[in-house]
Ligand binder design. Sequence first.
Ligand code: SF4
Length: 297
Amino acid sequence: MYFDHAEGPVFRPPSEAASFILRVTIGCSHNACTFCNMYRSVAFRARPMHEIMDQIAAARPYAQHIRRIFLADGNALVLATDKLLAILRELAGSFPRLQRVSCYAGPKDILRKTPEELAALREAGLKLVYFGLESGDDLVLKNINKGVSAAEAVAAGQRIVAAGIKLSVMVILGLGGTANSERHAQNTALAINAIKPHMLGALTLMLYRGSELLAEFERGSFVPLPPAGIMHELYAMIHAIDLPATNHCLFRSTHASNHIAFAATLPKDKEQLLADIKTAETKLSRITNWDPYNNVE
Ligand code: SF4
């Protein structure tokens, strides 16, 4: 649900399908990850307050149905804290049944906020942040031009959790290709162990038209993992994830990009999850005609 005619595509996490999508920015201020083409067609800009208020005014007649609001586009936390607080207060005053506000956030934007600012945002209604970690490995992060080191990405995730905001971390299976699969699995697991997110989503790499990574693949400098290799990598990652027994991290690998869907709670279901991944790897290793172009979109 959104009430906006501004330029550019609108993306939201699958779990925000029933949310009011409030576009507080257009595009992504980073817009340079080599695997991503989401906002390539649009120049980044922060929306002026009157454009945001117009969207809220248009949504008010539907207030009885609005319980969740997602602040789009790519990294809403890039906005100044005062502006975000003003938006959150307007939302709380406009939608009496509102239960949570969420957004995507980039690591650099998180680290620009102090712990006190993040706590103020939580108090004002920001309850959930979706954070694209992608990988916990420095070399993979450098190769994909994420713009942060693994240590910075971990510090950003930890800062959200420490502020009492729910954190959903996304990682991308296959992002290191065949060359860096093992280090991607191991170091991403270490990052997850350090962050202890509330939710963990594992997507599978797609090669998007217009992305640098597709061009690297076509030049032969990036070799994607076949489906069984993706399962092997996921097994190694989950095996190395070691969360305290008190954690209840919802693990989901149910995105349209995934070859096989998995859902579990970590660490409680870890052994069963590993067994299921192993079974999937055996099954997918029988595929002999896999074509990387199947993963081009
Ligand atoms: S992956 Fe996220 S941060 Fe990177 S360019 Fe795409 S939207 Fe921006």
